[in-house]
Design a protein around this ligand. Sequence first.
Ligand SMILES: [Zn+2]
Length: 194
Amino acid sequence: MGDGYVWVADTDAGPQDAEALAGRVVHWLEEQGVIVGELTHCLLGDELGRAPGPRYARALIEDDGSLAGSGANGTGVDVERRVYVCADIWTARCPHCGARTEESATDGHGRWTDEWLPLLDAVYAWFGGGGPDHAACVRCGEQAAFLDWNFSPPIAVAQLGLTFWNWPMLSAAFLDELSAVLGGHRLVAAWTRV
Ligand SMILES: [Zn+2]
């Protein structure tokens, strides 16, 4: 099986407080035994991360044993503006009218119909840092923040994020705890293959 990871993006962290929040969340994860404090080569690539701690399983929905013995199973912390996406094709649903993006029958490969391309353009403008964090629905015309657009799989742009390499999905209860540690910030999380 190929590599995958869980990302958790704090969409409320600002550029000024991301560093302090990162320190707080790493300290808490270490205290809880979910990760170890020491930085080692346990990520994919050259950056240093923190290996799973003795009680990493408390973070998971179910411990399927996949973390044991796998090489790249560390946790990385990103304190910079980053776009968080998944490898699979997105769909999005308007929170106002319930309209859902449709796949083009002719183009295939998950490409949206031309009608929905303005939303896709807006998403990429947001990713690039030049666009607002919301867009109008092509059906009802109402504006909605991308966080409310019901993207599946999820997407996020954040100043602070955690990446758990080759971890299975984290439990909702654990994500709630993480959110509390981060001052009640909204978190977007997803599992994706590379
Ligand atoms: Zn709509």
